[in-house]
Design a protein around this ligand. Structure first.
Ligand code: MN
Length: 260
């Protein structure tokens, strides 16, 4: 029996768990808000074209309006100035969209300090315990922020000094981009950079280094608590928008099902 058929059988026998890491997409989905003078994307919305009525008596369908970087979505290299000559979202490599995932759980730290930043030593300590991050893997940072995924105010957590959400240090961003053989990084927050990253040098270092090194980012993940630290397979499915810098994406995890 071929590998794919074995897998199909395993799914049918519930030996594989399928976990949705995607925030459902609606007009209420919390999205990034850039301060003046920067321009913001439009939020997601549905526009009714027909609903079993005169414009379409037997069917219902909508136009969708959305920015690229809305809800659970992927950042393609071309999104950032440092990746401007890189891949657009239609060009992302399939073997990196279906790739292993590791989950680094820093929920406690982020609960104590909303501005928590993951540093190189955190990843090294994690690797001492769980083994090296596998080649081609997605590194997923769990912070518990998905509990705010349907609460716009808490999700962005902004005060007069700006947003306060966890992320990565400049050094860690550079190290992940330049030295780690990963596909990219996934987070539960609104962007792959920390809330305070606009004041770092360079500004928004995760975008700067990762996207400049042909690596990808995924934001607004949820349900990472259901994943093991290692051993999950991620399936990331953005729309292949030609010339697009990102796309809302359905992100699924496949994990071994262990009886309780
Ligand atoms: Mn984005």
């Amino acid at each position: 029996m071929g590998i794919v058929q074995q897998f199909v059988t395993a799914v049918a026998q519930h030996r594989v768990r399928l976990i949705d890491l995607t925030n459902p997409l609606s007009a209420d989905t919390p999205t990034l808000v850039l301060p003046e003078p920067f321009a913001n994307l439009v939020d997601f919305s549905l526009e009714r074209v027909s609903a079993y009525d005169a414009p379409g008596p037997f069917w219902k369908h909508h136009n969708i309006h959305t920015g690229e970087h809305i809800g659970t979505h992927i950042d393609a290299p071309v999104h950032w100035a440092t990746g401007r000559d890189g891949k657009d979202v239609s060009q992302l490599e399939l073997h990196r969209l279906v790739a292993p995932a590791v989950v680094l759980d820093f929920t406690e730290e982020a609960t104590r300090d909303a501005d928590f930043l993951l540093d190189i030593h955190h990843v090294r300590t994690w690797e001492e315990r769980h083994g090296p991050v596998p080649a081609n893997a997605w590194l997923l940072l769990r912070t518990g922020w998905d509990q705010y995924a349907r609460d716009r105010k808490m999700f962005l957590n902004a005060d007069e000094h700006g947003p306060h959400t966890p992320g990565f240090t400049v050094e860690c961003a550079r190290w992940l981009a330049e030295e780690k053989d990963i596909t990219g990084v996934g987070v539960e927050t609104v962007g792959i950079d920390a809330g305070a990253a606009g004041g770092m040098e360079p500004p928004f270092p995760m975008h700067h280094f990762l996207l400049g090194h042909d690596k990808y980012g995924i934001t607004s993940l949820q349900n990472l608590a259901q994943l093991p630290p290692t051993g999950a397979l991620l399936v990331v499915a953005p729309l292949p928008i030609v010339g697009g810098t990102g796309s809302p994406a359905r992100v699924l995890a496949l994990v071994d099902h262990h009886e309780q």
